[in-house]
Design a protein around this ligand. Structure first.
Ligand code: PLP
Length: 301
């Protein structure tokens, strides 16, 4: 048993480890002023990171895409993240790494002159759906709000350009739904605030192939499906096809695979989480025990 020393979490800010409540960034950092930042979130479950390598690879790719330099390599980042978790004492944690543009010399508007900054924190595990929603399934609204086109902001590189997601979410919550899915210009669903989407229709497992972040949980579901002999279809997913699917679920590091039982006014299947969704959820959590995907944290150091 590890005592939880800082149960609210620990952060890494400007080279120092501080309790989460004391973590702060300079107000002039372009990460704050312009959403000019990238990030990634990896989880710790039962004292071990899940698919850390994949998250690090995606984070470093996002940094490169936005011309940001975190100043640390994958091994050094692993050490910082592990230390945040270790100092917090948390056995289940939501661990975020962030690289911001920083601030150019005062008065300069040249981003190349900014000194990029690396931040990280570990807080208690975050579920993006509550226990009842996980048990009964979520109600999603398909938004009229279009996701920012990929030609403007590449959604495969993680970013904080979330106004479209947040406006869509507010509309959905006002309408009584639990969350929202945004569409592209052709009316295909792409993703929601912090999650990817899948459906099962006539035995086929379908997920969008473009216009969204390529989630690590999405990748895990694709791999689980392939390991069971299924061939997932990665292709555009029209909103109406989703409304009339046999099963729907969303995927996120904030809770794994989460069942959806209503899309707009349409009940999905018999209104309860579907059998394949439930099997995938089981396998997703089983895979957390697989040494190929988990990296145990040494809390004794
Ligand atoms: N889509 C967006 C916009 C996200 O921000 C996230 C996660 O933060 C996801 C999808 C799901 O990705 P992952 O499964 O790697 O958590």
């Amino acid at each position: 048993m590890t005592p939880t020393q800082f149960p609210d979490g620990m952060a890494f800010v400007q080279g120092r480890y501080v309790p989460i409540a004391e973590a702060a960034i300079p107000i002039t950092d372009w990460g704050f002023l312009r959403s000019d930042a990238t990030y990634d979130v990896v989880t710790v479950w039962d004292g071990a990171f899940f698919r850390l390598e994949a998250h690090l690879e995606r984070f470093l790719h996002s940094c490169q895409r936005w011309r940001l330099d975190p100043g640390l390599n994958a091994q050094q980042i692993t050490e910082v993240l592990s230390q945040c978790v270790r100092l917090s004492g948390l056995r289940s944690s939501y661990v975020e790494m962030i690289c911001t543009r920083g601030q150019p010399a005062w008065g300069s508007r040249d981003p190349r002159q900014a000194v990029n900054q690396f931040y990280a924190f570990a807080v208690p595990y975050v579920w993006i759906a509550n226990a009842e929603q996980r048990d009964q399934g979520l109600h999603l609204k398909i938004s009229e709000v279009q996701r920012i086109p990929s030609t403007s902001v590449d959604p495969r590189a993680k970013n904080y350009h979330w106004n479209d997601l947040t406006m869509g979410l507010l509309d959905a919550l006002d309408a009584g739904a639990d969350s929202v899915l945004l569409v592209d210009a052709q009316g295909n669903v792409v993703e929601g605030p912090g999650f990817n989407v899948f459906c099962l229709r006539h035995g086929a497992l379908i997920t969008p192939d473009a216009g969204m972040l390529e989630g690590i949980t999405r990748r895990t579901v694709i791999e689980i499906a392939q390991s069971r002999g299924m061939t997932p279809q990665l292709r555009p997913l029209p909103a109406d096809e989703l409304r009339h699917a046999d099963e729907v679920f969303i995927t996120t590091s904030g809770g794994g695979i989460l069942p959806v039982t209503r899309v707009d006014q349409c009940q999905i299947g018999d209104g309860r989480p579907g059998p394949i969704t439930r099997q995938l959820i089981q396998t997703y959590w089983d895979w957390h025990q697989n040494p190929a995907y988990s990296l145990a944290i040494d809390y004794s150091r």
